[in-house]
Each structure stands twice: as C-alpha cells, then as structure tokens.
Design a protein around this ligand. Sequence first.
Ligand SMILES: CC(C)(COP(=O)(O)OP(=O)(O)OC[C@H]1O[C@@H](n2cnc3c(N)ncnc32)[C@H](O)[C@@H]1OP(=O)(O)O)[C@@H](O)C(=O)NCCC(=O)NCCS
Length: 402
Amino acid sequence: MAIEVTLGPPDAVRLALDTVHMAFGEISAEEDFAREDKVMPTDRILAAFDADFAVGAAASYPFRLTIPGGEVAAAGVTWVGVLPSHRRRGVMSAMMRAQIDDVHERGEPLAILWASESAIYGRFGYGIGAPCLALDAERGRFRLRDDPGPSGAVRLVERDEAARLFPPIYEHVRVATPGMLSRTKGWWAEYRLGDPEAWRRGAGPKFYAVLELDGAAVAYAIYRIKSNWEEGIPRGELRIAEAFATSTVGTRELWRFLFGIDLVAKVQMFALDAASALFLMVMDGRSLQLKVADGLWLRLVDVEAALQARSYADAEPVVLSVHDRFCPWNKGRFRVSDDSGRTRQSADVELDVADLASAYLGAFDFHRLADAGRARELKPRGLERASLLFRTPRPPYCPEVF
Ligand SMILES: CC(C)(COP(=O)(O)OP(=O)(O)OC[C@H]1O[C@@H](n2cnc3c(N)ncnc32)[C@H](O)[C@@H]1OP(=O)(O)O)[C@@H](O)C(=O)NCCC(=O)NCCS
C-alpha cells in the first residue's frame, strides 16, 4: 500500500471533515462545512490517500497562544483521524511528519492539541503542557466558606449581547494565563457562542449568563442543562463550557449562581482551571469530585524560537541539553535566560523535547520532571536553577477544546 500525504487537497474542508468524522464513527453535517470554511485555512489541511481514496486527515488552526510574558504563534492540531480499514500501518505517522514539517516551515514555534487518547502523541514530541481538572460536583453539598452573602446580579443574555460582553472579560484573563488562545470574532461566533445540535450530546441549548457588579460585567458562564428525573426526583446535570471572572468577588458570585440552579444534581466541567479558586472557596472541597486530566498537549516545534519567546523569572541562567528524535533540528544545548539561544557551554539539565513542553508553560518544575525520570541533573543545583528560572505566577490553563 503506497500512501500519499497531500497538503491542501481539493475540496479540503469537506474531504477532511468527512474522513475524520468516519474515523470517530460519526458523520459530518452540512453546518460543519459552513462553520469550518470560515475558520480553517485550507492550506493547513492534510489528507492521506490510498490511490485516490482519502483514508486519513489532519489539520491545524493558526492560533496565538499565551505564554509566560507574551504570546506566540501556535498550530492548533485537530481533525486527526485514520479510517479503521487503514490503521496501524503508519498513516498517522506520515501525516504527523508532513504536518510538523509544514508548521516548522511556517515559522510557528509551537504546536498544541487535545488528545483523544493520552498514549498517542508522546512519540511525536508532544508533552502535557497545561493539565486541567474535571469537575463532577454534588450540587447539594455546595457551601461557600466565610460567605459574606450574595452581591451583584446575574442576567441570562442572548447570543448577540454575549458577543459584546464576554470577550473583554475573557481577554482580561487570557493575557495573564499561559495556555489560553486569542479568539477572533469569527471564533467567538462559530465556536464559543455557536450551538450546533450535534454538540449538545443529549443536553439542552447553550445559556449565556453574565454577572454584573455595580452595573459592570465582571464574570460570565456558558452552560447547558441535561434534564434527568429518577423516580420523580430531579437529577439534572449542569455542563459548564466555560466560566471566567475578573475578580475574586466575581468568581465567588459566578460559582454561587452556577451551583444555585434548581433541578440540578451534578455540576460538571470537562476542563476546569487547575488553579481555580473554587477548591479553596468552598466548605467541602471533596464534594467537587475533582479529577486531574492531561488537558492541552504542547510540542516545541522550534526549541530555540520557543525559548526566546517566553520570559523568565529573575534567576541565574541555565543550560539545557535537549533531545528530539522526531525533529532533529532541535537537538542541542540551549542557554536559557532573557537572551536565550544555542550554546557550546556544558549543560546543567538534560531532557527530551516532550518533557521540556511540560515545563515550558509552567505546569511542572524540573524537580518533578526529574522525580518521574523525565529530566536528568548534570551539574549540582541544575534542577533547582532551572525550576527557579521557569517559574510562573500561575499554572497554565487552556479552556478551549478544539
Ligand atoms: C489514533 C489514530 C489516528 C492512529 O492512526 P494510525 O494510522 O493507526 O497510527 P500509526 O499507524 O501511524 O501509529 C503510529 C504509532 O502510534 C501507535 N498508536 C496509534 N494509535 C494509538 C493509540 N490510540 N494508542 C496508543 N498508541 C497508538 C501505533 O501503535 C504506532 O506505534 P509503533 O510505531 O510503535 O508501532 C487512529 O487510530 C484513529 O483515527 N483513531 C480514532 C480517531 C482518533 O482517536 N484520532 C486522534 C484524535 S486526537
């Protein structure tokens, strides 16, 4: 079987979406093509052909990702799928090769993705870049600690008003949170506020809630409700797509609202911020039933450019020796400081590019990597110095599953 991988094949959006939906055992809807035509550049779509039949697809959105001290271009890898008839013969590997090379040529230093299964992407140099928490809380046990009582007011708004009120709140959080993506108007409209039937998964429509304090919008949430009754008892689920606030009071009042909705037994969120204040705000943290998830995966496509793009804490420089089997152009030693670059100096710490990805946004420090056998100290205090240099004011978070 000769497989040929093509970048930007004819009728790319339709071809790739049909292929990836088939790979997931689903079917495309007409509205999927219309939506993606607006947000996915066709020259970022790959298809793998067996003769003239598409058997695999992959694509990447042109994102801007917040990193410590700024933001950088990041390829948002998505639509990866191979038909069941052609699996485990290297089709995905061939597409990953072509995609990383393309991203590298475009000069985008990072690639990011959400994995359908955790075991897939490590071999291509991706590491866990921004883990998150899954929330599956018992609504009935919700109580705030040292509750000063409610303030502000929540309004449910229509999509148009949400499109005006939500982006400034999101932006306030985004610029300070490594792992978040900038959003165009089109992205807001098509993705965060868009509400195709196929995304509901048995639940109702999206609701858009804004919290106002003294007349100013300071927090919002997007959620659905899945109604459920058992033996006459309401056991609904509140599924939160995202929830953001610009202040502590806003955060508290937003959670008060979300946990105050009747007929709901479980309050759920697929990707809660690992640094969410919620755990420390409630009386019964255990009732939140938080579970760690791998979240956003990150690949340093160009290690030197990626290291130069982020800022560092005020600490001694460190030299990292980086291994990268899939992208040999990255192999070598890098001096990390406010003036990072390749160096001939001997290294303090040695690690694989996938593990550097776990430190890059601030998710894991070098001691934790070393404890897991994912980094090796080559000089005394190497791990400590690298950890001090890479530390960030908060852990990374990506609320956007794409
Ligand atoms: C995941 C998927 C794309 C893999 O495609 P594929 O063409 O079979 O992958 P390859 O043959 O190139 O596999 C490359 C390597 O990854 C491994 N691998 C592939 N899929 C894997 C999985 N789901 N879990 C663990 N390892 C996996 C293969 O065993 C192979 O390892 P080897 O080189 O040591 O033999 C395909 O199974 C698929 O479409 N699955 C359903 C949709 C999906 O999950 N897509 C990913 C979206 S994030």
